[in-house]
Structure formats: structure tokens, C-alpha cells
Ligand binder design. Structure first.
Ligand SMILES: Cc1ncc(COP(=O)(O)O)c(C=O)c1O
Length: 391
């Protein structure tokens, strides 16, 4: 059953006329999804290798997920956090059972940027310091606080002045050491940079960031909005043996239902008094039910182990194509970047024509962020398409 008109021309006219023109649109309208596949208005099927920017972890129209949300809609969908709620409590229990050691408190919001915004506010409150240090090529969202730590001047310039933030080269521990001082509330970093082109930080760099922040009395904020759940473990940063003071996630944690999660160490999570921060929609029972079902599914379906192995296989098979266009293949688990020696747009188009949807990550890299339910068949379909397109 559809509530709308599935006519491409009508859809395009409506969106192009009524939306602020902030998105470079692709020329298809996606109207239906099933598992690892998406369908456009003509019924053409696409292999989903992007999960809507890393969001649809259980794929599309998962029956267990859909039934749980329908049940929650028929029970209680909205509920402010000034009242207790059974589903929120169950979600927090499930989430905290996989949280990095020492992260015992949470703030629930509705998006990645809001989760970062909360982390920055808690970091300032807990340290009494104003400044932040972030990394070049880093991306943390578009609200004014999150934008201050985002690196790309294209995003930042129209909105200056922003909160004080220094940006140092990714992987340069000496530069980080020089930038963190007694005015620094926190260092903010992605353990694997996503929008910046899929660049995994080395273990040594993450360990240095942990040491430097600890020595200088600053906090370490891990932005795992994109990297969580897809690298063979719940959190990418823990592969390096590093535990941050705050960790932010969003995207996949509720399989596409909007939610932001800020995990906090006990002393930081209790640094703000009642009323100092909040959100009307944050922690609503529908979002919490979505998160609860998703995290349970990850655990019960053995998602973490599966995506590590499948990701490694995909990286190896792309490398073995020996495609002359490819400069480098990077990533971990089902978070993979393929850097080309040329601009990426023609490859995105050719893959879409061939029925495969991938995302750009910068001018010359395309990104694979598939649903975490991918099996061997989807990997084989992807590789067949890449072998043709990259040849
Ligand atoms: C690493 C990272 N941080 C923050 C964000 C912002 O999240 P949102 O778009 O939900 O505000 C994103 C979104 O792509 C992201 O990848």
C-alpha cells in the first residue's frame, strides 16, 4: 500500500520546488525497500551498498523490526524523559551492556549532530574549559557546535564565528600534542573518518590521543556515528585498546529510526544539573523500541563477527581486481572506501545504471556502507558490478 503518487516527474517537481536546494539530487526516486535491495518508481531493483549513509543496518522492511515498531505505535509512541518508561529502560540496559568500559551514563537525542552537541556541552561543563581540538578531514555534523569541530571550510566559512576549535593533521601525534593545552575541553575524533574518505586511524595515533588528553586534563570524544557496529565490534575505537571519555553514535543504532546517543563516563554524565540540557523527542519510546530491537538483532544474529569477515573478503577481492583506476582500498568490516585516480561521479553513475548504489566520500573516493545483513550473495553481486565498472 502506498500513501503517495509514485511518479518520478511529479516527485521531482514537488521536491525541487518546495525544498531548500541543499542536496545535489540523484535522478531516481526510491520508493520501496526489501532486505538488501531498494526499488525506484519504475520498479527497478538496486543493490543497496550504502544503507542510506550507514543507517539501515538491518536492511529495509525487516519483518521483526516492522512488527516491533507497529506494536510500539499501538502501545505508546511518545513520552518525555521527565517520566520513566519501560522501553527506554530496556534499551538503555541493552546499550550499556555493550558500552566501552567506564561509560555508564547516556544522553538520548535525535540525530548525530545533536549527540555531538551534547558531548561538547558535557565536556565543557565537566572541565570548565572552552576549547576543542579536532582533526583535518573530520566531519561531526552541521549544528553550530558540531560545525565548529568539523574540518571542511566549505561547511564552516558561511557560519563563522564558531566555537574555538583547532584542527590538526589526521595521524600527527606531535601536532596533537602541541595543540592540546589548558584551554582544551576535549579532543574530538572519528576512529575511522567517514565523510573524509574512509581513513582508519592507526592504533598508535588513537593511543597517543588517549595519553595526551589524559596528561593535559582534557577529555577524549569518539565520534562513532558512522563507524559503530560495522567493523566487527560494536565500537571501532576499542580495536585499538582505547576507551574514550565520551562516545557518540546515531545512524545504525536504531536501524534508521532517528536517534542520537551520547555515552558518558560517570563523572562527566553527572556534570550538568537537571534542566541544563534536554530534548522533547529524545528518548521517546518509539525510538527506544527501534534501538532495542536493532541492538538485540545485532547480538542474536551474530552481526559483528559476520561483517568483519565479509568486509575483509570484499577489500581483498577489490584489490585483486587490479583495476588501473583504483589508487587505494581502505577500511574495516563493512566500512570501506575505494579511492580512484579520477573523479568519482562517473563511477557512481555507472554503478547506479547497473543497479548498485554506493556513496561518494570526497571528490575521488566512493564508500561502501552496506546494510549489516549482507551475505555472500550481495558481496558477489557487488564484485561483479565493480569488475565491469572499474575495468
Ligand atoms: C562521523 C559523523 N559524525 C556526525 C555526523 C552527523 O550526523 P547527523 O547527520 O545525524 O546529524 C555524521 C553524519 O554523516 C557522521 O558521519
Amino acid at each position: 500500500m502506498s500513501a503517495t503518487v509514485a511518479d518520478l516527474a511529479w516527485i521531482q517537481k514537488s521536491e525541487n520546488t518546495h525544498q531548500a536546494p541543499l542536496y545535489a539530487k540523484r535522478d531516481i526516486a526510491l520508493v520501496r525497500g526489501e532486505g538488501a535491495y531498494l526499488f525506484d518508481t519504475d520498479g527497478k531493483r538496486y543493490l543497496d551498498a550504502m544503507s542510506n549513509y550507514g543507517v539501515a543496518a538491518l536492511g529495509h522492511a525487516d519483518p521483526e523490526f516492522a512488527a516491533a515498531l507497529a506494536d510500539q505505535l499501538a502501545t505508546l509512541s511518545t513520552g518525555h524523559q521527565s517520566f520513566y518508561n519501560d522501553v527506554r529502560a530496556a534499551f538503555l540496559d541493552e546499550l550499556l551492556s555493550i558500552a566501552p568500559a567506564g561509560l555508564t551514563r547516556t544522553f538520548l537525542s535525535n540525530s548525530g549532530a545533536e549527540g555531538i552537541e551534547a558531548a561538547l556541552k558535557f565536556a565543557r561543563a565537566a572541565t570548565g574549559r572552552p576549547g576543542f581540538v579536532a582533526l583535518r578531514r573530520g566531519y561531526h555534523g552541521r549544528t553550530l557546535g558540531a560545525l565548529a569541530v568539523t574540518a571542511d571550510t566549505k561547511y564552516r566559512a558561511p557560519f563563522e564565528p564558531l566555537a574555538p576549535a583547532a584542527h590538526v593533521a589526521f595521524g600527527d601525534a606531535a601536532a596533537l600534542e602541541a595543540a592540546v593545552d589548558e584551554t582544551t575541553a576535549a579532543v574530538v575524533l572519528e576512529p575511522i573518518q567517514g565523510e573524509g574518505g574512509i581513513h582508519p586511524a592507526s592504533d598508535e595515533f588513537l593511543q597517543a590521543a588517549r595519553r595526551i588528553t589524559r596528561e593535559r586534563g582534557a577529555l577524549l570524544i569518539a565520534d562513532e556515528i558512522q563507524s559503530a557496529f560495522r567493523t566487527g565490534a560494536p565500537w571501532a575505537i576499542t580495536h585499538s585498546g582505547v576507551t574514550p571519555d565520551l562516545l557518540v553514535t546515531a545512524k545504525a543504532v536504531a536501524n534508521g529510526f532517528p536517534i542520537g546517543v551520547t555515552l558518558l563516563a560517570e563523572a562527566i554524565g553527572t556534570a550538568l544539573p537537571a534542566g541544563a540540557h534536554g530534548s522533547t523527542f529524545g528518548g521517546n519510546p518509539l525510538a527506544c523500541r527501534a534501538g532495542l530491537v536493532t541492538l538485540r538483532a545485532f547480538r542474536e544474529r551474530g552481526i559483528y563477527g559476520k561483517n568483519a569477515a565479509l568486509g575483509a573478503q570484499i577489500v581483498e577481492r577489490i584489490q585483486n581486481l587490479n583495476a588501473p583506476k583504483v589508487r587505494a582500498v581502505r577500511g574495516r568490516g563493512l566500512m570501506i572506501g575505494v579511492e580512484l585516480k579520477e573523479r568519482v561521479t562517473p563511477t557512481l553513475r555507472a554503478l547506479q545504471e547497473r543497479g548498485v548504489l554506493v556513496l561518494p566520500a570526497g571528490a575521488t573516493t566512493f564508500r561502501l556502507l552496506p546494510p549489516l545483513i549482507w551475505e555472500q550473495q550481495q558481496a558477489d553481486e557487488l564484485l561483479a558490478a565493480l569488475a565491469e565498472t572499474l575495468a
